[in-house]
Design a protein around this ligand. Structure first.
Ligand code: PEP
Length: 249
């Protein structure tokens, strides 16, 4: 069965709740496609107003982060139950900015992935190499390691429903998109790694996004690659241009 594309926006630390409502209202009429799942991953405080604003549209609202404990003395964190209680079905896990500025590691990513599945939330699991790693020629080894740790103790059934976002760190927010060949090469390697961990059916089912300065001009070619099932979009998800990315065909 063909994999349904998934195009997700990552708003990062942008948009107040009132701005969030405005942006959802602007984009709503542009997001009519049935061919792709469209998810806006928004700051925690924007989740409820964005869900309200997105009602009656194809836009789904996701979170940008989640903690791996159920509840308790973890000041500032958001629990899985808090997300499911308001209807959140997707959460970004292990974005490179969280790894860089908030000390997330492959191990905490794995804990969060397991917890998200336990609560029926689909994780969008981020991986990606630095420019130095790419120049050293260790991109594929690095990504394979990130994937293997992220999926530790994840069942094949869970893995089949997961989303992986391949985001080369040097391409995030820099305006430098990986070439189509570079993006396809790594997404294919991720799929092969999933086939090794699990089996061909799981590898054929899992959805793999490319992320890194995707815009309305680059989306169509990237998303047409055999192993790229959509994108995780930062900067361009904050503009009406996101409508063009969603309708990339
Ligand atoms: C991201 O934040 O996941 C991202 C890919 O950002 P940008 O599209 O701005 O590079």
């Amino acid at each position: 069965m063909a994999r349904k594309k998934i195009i997700a926006g990552n708003w990062k630390m942008n948009m107040t709740p009132s701005e969030a409502v405005e942006l959802v209202n602007t984009l709503k009429p542009l997001v009519t496609t049935e061919d792709a799942d469209v998810v806006f991953c928004v700051p925690a405080i924007d989740i409820i107003p964005a869900i309200e604003a997105a009602k009656g549209s194809n836009i789904q609202i996701g979170a940008e982060n989640m903690y791996y404990e159920e509840k308790g003395a973890f000041t500032g964190e958001i629990s899985p139950n808090m997300l499911t209680d308001v209807g959140v079905k997707y959460v970004i896990i292990g974005h490179s900015e969280r790894r860089e500025y908030f000390a997330e590691t492959d191990e905490t990513v794995n804990k969060k992935v397991l917890k998200a599945f336990e609560h029926g939330i689909t994780p969008i699991i981020c991986c990606g190499e630095s420019l130095t790693q790419r120049e050293q020629g260790i991109t594929i080894d690095w990504i394979r390691q990130q994937i293997k740790i992220a999926f530790l103790n994840v069942t094949a059934e869970q893995a089949a429903s997961a989303v992986v976002a391949y985001e080369p760190i040097w391409a995030i927010g820099t305006g430098k998109t990986a070439t189509t060949e570079q993006a396809q090469e790594v997404c294919k390697a991720i799929r092969e790694c999933i086939a090794e961990i699990y089996d061909d059916a799981t590898a054929a089912a899992i959805r793999i996004q490319y992320g890194g300065s995707v815009n309305a001009d680059t989306a169509a070619e990237l998303f047409a690659q055999p192993d790229i099932d959509g994108g995780l979009v930062g900067g361009a998800s904050l503009k009406p241009d996101f409508g063009k990315i969603v309708n990339y065909k």
